[in-house]
Design a binder for this molecule. Structure first.
Ligand SMILES: [Zn+2]
Length: 622
């Protein structure tokens, strides 16, 4: 397999072509609607992805926020390009040893899914030919671009999609790697390194949705597929691995189809509505009423290949259904899943006779109130079935939260770019590049070396701080005089654990001052370091101060004497086990004690007390 990444990082320097606030807003001041159609690109051809999106005929509704302006509504030409954003992109380019272009030419990239009021996205090439080294391997960075972010999708209803203008026009640095990534784990590591390099510019926005990755994957013998808009870095590995698995599956299916001489006819779909009038339940129960039709096509040679093979989660039937959905249907029903959905085995036999099928042949049914839409859905299903005879179709796919992906549209071609005539070319003089080069920030590799050197932290901890975007916080807390190890443990272990276990309520995002208080309490011995998660949990659920949190959780008031007493009691109760098992008795007793102590004393103190007590009773004659 091979894979490449496109990383899109929002910058924190205003908007790219106007002076509006880049903050997301829940306050909507007015709304307006637009329809979009696909026009030809620079060489007059209409891009296939654009044409498909336009053919859906959707109405796009845009919600303005208090700061929205005429540029965002596309009622006024764009203002000159944001120079601070350009400096940030150039700085990143220099960090990866890329070559800045002589002149910035802003282009329009046709995108007609409504995410831009203009029907295009402005984008500019900033630098080429960069490189990156991760784990001793070099990766190429062929292009670095500066783009405007799209509007934010807030709602979808039949025939209408609603976007909000707050995100539209936020500057994005787009970093593309070459296809040199050969495993999911490598993909994740490269994305982490690029993320850390982007943050090194100190001009990036933080938080959910501020960085998005497109992952291009192709398995050997397969085709390039783009998984678009992955927001969670840790899922990149999973998306890559699953996509490779999906492509291998499709290639295996192709072999069987070719062996069987499977084919996809192009005769008109059959109207089968009459046969479904009596179906009592399921998607076909409305057949013949209110204009609802049932149409079917045959797929000779496809029988048994539309369902998942044993032990696989992949299914050709789902791939076909995704294409039916792309014209607005809920889905389809295929012969491998029947009888079901209110369709009896008698009806299946009748359908097979009516469609003149023999044993290796499959069929596909769709139902809809619009016969036009049902027909075009089946045309799309046939396109997808034909692609199955070839292997893997090139597609753009949406990432799903569980690591799977879903077809969204064909891969866009080269026909969608043309020059933005409202922005004059911007020369990049050598002096500007030299000035930025002279002030380059610290690279992640240098940062890691410095953290390891100054604070004596292990490599793995340093890695987590740098790639987890925790360095600023770490340095702030370490500068307060706290032990680097204690701070690192708080930031890389205790805090993430408490944040991730919370299922309800707002995101727990404590201030640096509050964490400073927690660390002080630990160092003053008011809580043991094992008690930190408990205190954080109490703070997360609303306790006002660290003091109150300690009080409420009962972490205070367990003295050294009380600990020793508890140890003597536990050892006393288990004296027979200690005598028979010897050293092996330590672990279970330590477990019991830590459960009793619940973070009120330090773990090392507990283990020392236990060892001493065990040694004492073992040397004492019975
Ligand atoms: Zn604006």
């Amino acid at each position: 397999m091979k894979a490449g990444l496109e990383v899109h990082q929002q910058l924190s320097v205003g908007k790219l072509f106007c002076a509006c606030s880049p903050e997301l807003s829940e306050e909507v001041t007015y709304a307006f609607t637009r329809s979009l159609r696909a026009a030809g690109g620079e060489n007059r051809a209409v891009d296939i992805a654009a044409a498909l999106q336009a053919s859906r005929g959707l109405v796009y509704r845009y919600e303005a926020v208090p700061s929205s302006c005429l540029v965002e509504m596309d009622e006024e030409p764009p203002h000159p390009l944001n120079e601070a954003a350009l400096d940030a992109a150039l700085t990143f380019a220099l960090l990866v040893n890329a070559r800045p272009v002589d002149e910035i030419e802003v282009m329009r990239k046709i995108v007609v899914d409504g995410s831009n009021t203009t029907g295009f996205q402005r984008t500019a090439l900033v630098a080429t030919d960069g490189t990156l080294e991760v784990g001793g391997k070099r990766y190429s960075i062929p292009t670095i671009c500066l783009e405007e972010d799209a509007a934010r999708k807030v709602r979808e209803s039949p025939g209408e999609v609603t976007y909000r203008l707050d995100r539209l026009g936020i500057p994005l640095v787009e970093v593309a790697t070459g296809p040199e990534i050969v495993s999911g784990a490598e993909g994740r590591e490269v994305a982490e390194e690029i993320g850390a390099l982007l943050r090194a510019t100190r001009r990036v926005r933080r938080g959910i949705g501020t960085v998005r990755e497109d992952v291009n994957v192709s398995a050997e013998g397969g085709h390039r597929v783009e998984v678009k808009g992955v927001q969670e870095l840790r899922l990149i590995q999973e998306y890559v691995e699953r996509e490779v698995g999906r492509q291998k599956f499709l290639l295996e299916i192709r072999e069987v189809l070719v062996r069987r001489h499977a084919r996809v006819p192009s005769d008109p779909p059959r109207d089968l509505t009459e046969l479904f009038r009596e179906v009592p339940t399921g998607p076909f129960s409305g057949a013949g009423k209110g204009g609802q039709v049932v149409l079917g096509i045959s797929l000779p040679g496809f029988a048994g290949l539309l369902r998942s093979p044993p032990g696989s989660e992949e299914r050709l039937g789902r791939e076909l259904a995704d294409y039916a959905r792309s014209v607005g249907l809920r889905g389809l029903v295929h012969s491998d899943e029947l009888p079901a959905y209110g369709v009896s085995s008698e009806l299946v036999l009748t359908l097979r006779t009516r469609l003149s099928l023999s044993e290796p042949d499959a069929f596909v049914l769709v139902t809809d109130r619009s016969v036009e839409r049902a027909r075009s859905a089946l045309e799309r299903v046939r396109d997808r079935a034909r692609a199955a005879l070839e292997g893997v179709p090139g597609e753009t796919r949406d990432p799903l939260p569980d690591g799977r992906t879903r077809f969204s549209r064909p891969l866009p071609g080269r026909d969608r770019m043309y020059p933005e005539t409202d922005i004059p070319p911007i020369p990049i003089p050598g002096a500007r590049v030299d000035r930025l080069r002279a002030n380059l920030p610290e690279r992640p590799q240098e940062l890691k070396a410095r953290l390891a050197r100054t604070h004596g932290l292990p490599d793995e901890v340093v890695r987590q701080l740098v790639y987890g975007d925790l360095v600023e916080r770490f340095e702030w807390l370490a500068a307060k005089g706290h032990s680097p190890n204690l701070v690192a443990r708080l930031l890389t272990q205790d805090l993430p654990a408490v944040i991730s276990e919370r299922v309800e309520g707002p995101l727990f995002d404590p201030t640096n001052d509050l964490l400073d208080e927690v660390l002080k309490a630990t160092e003053e011995g008011r809580i043991a370091k094992e008690g930190v998660p408990t205190v954080l949990r109490a703070l997360a659920s609303g306790e006002p101060t660290v003091g109150v949190a300690i009080e409420q959780t009962g972490l205070s008031g367990f003295s050294k004497e009380e600990l020793l007493e508890l140890v003597r009691k536990v050892v006393g109760e288990n004296i027979d086990m200690i005598r028979s098992k010897g050293d092996a008795a330590f672990s279970p007793l330590m477990g019991d004690l830590m459960r009793e102590v619940r973070g009120r004393r330090d773990g090392r103190e507990v283990s020392e007390a236990l060892r001493a007590e065990i040694a004492r009773v073992r040397t004492t004659p019975r």
